[in-house]
Ligand binder design. Structure first.
Ligand SMILES: [Fe+2]
Length: 224
């Protein structure tokens, strides 16, 4: 891996070295992306400069705005980079403490894209779940925790699309992660409400709003 010492070399490496459209290369790609995250994490000033760039560029700020989520209950999401070919995005996440989020608990969920992350500040515990039984027709699902580990500063972590996980910022300090997501390889993310043996699908903001419009105009109050 060539030396990554600033934002440009970081994005250049991600753009050229990763086979984004090859879901079967998850492990190989994750190793490369995690390596790049470790390197850029040694240059926090590069992240600060990128923040200034976004704040000073009205066009960039406006483009990223609709893909950010802040303020949110459990996790705030800030876009740092969107690949022009839409293969990957880089974000900063802030996970609030239990005290900050009023005791809200992240529900086990899966994403439609593979992801890699590095812990920059604070820590959280991530639990990964196994699917024991699933019926896509009735959306019945029985899942059980398979492993849990605490992610601390400097640690990296990757998760393939469709894998179920849950994070818990169970300390006094909020956590900040630098995060890279790949392209969509599934049609929707899934949420598995705790103790309910079921799942439901969630979508990007546009499509989710369409689901909401359809249900509320049928006067159905029970949509997600
Ligand atoms: Fe997640």
């Amino acid at each position: 891996m060539s030396e990554i010492h600033d934002w440009k070399t970081f994005i250049g490496y991600l753009s050229n070295a990763v086979e984004w459209q090859a879901p079967e290369k998850f492990m190989e790609n994750a190793q490369k992306i995690e390596g790049a995250l470790v390197q850029i994490a040694n240059h926090p000033e590069a992240i600060g400069h990128r923040g200034e760039e976004i704040l000073e560029n009205a066009e960039l700020f406006e483009r990223y705005q609709k893909h950010c989520n802040y303020p949110r209950v459990i996790m705030d999401k800030f876009i740092l980079y969107m690949d022009p070919e839409n293969r990957f995005r880089v974000r900063l996440h802030r996970f609030k403490t239990r005290a900050q989020n009023g005791g809200a608990v992240d529900r086990p969920h899966s994403h439609k894209w593979p992801m890699c992350t590095i812990m920059l500040r604070g820590s959280y515990t991530e639990t990964v779940y196994d699917v024991k039984e699933i019926d896509e027709r009735t959306k019945f699902a029985r899942i059980t925790p398979s492993c849990s580990r605490r992610i601390t500063p400097g640690m990296t972590n990757s998760l393939d699309y469709g894998c179920i996980h849950q994070t818990d910022c169970d300390s006094d300090e909020p956590a900040i992660t630098l995060f890279v997501r790949g392209p969509d390889f599934a049609s929707a993310a899934r949420i598995y409400p705790i103790g309910e043996n079921r799942y439901y699908e969630t979508y990007g903001p546009d499509q989710q709003l369409r689901v909401g419009y359809r249900e509320i105009t049928r006067l159905n109050p029970l949509f997600h």
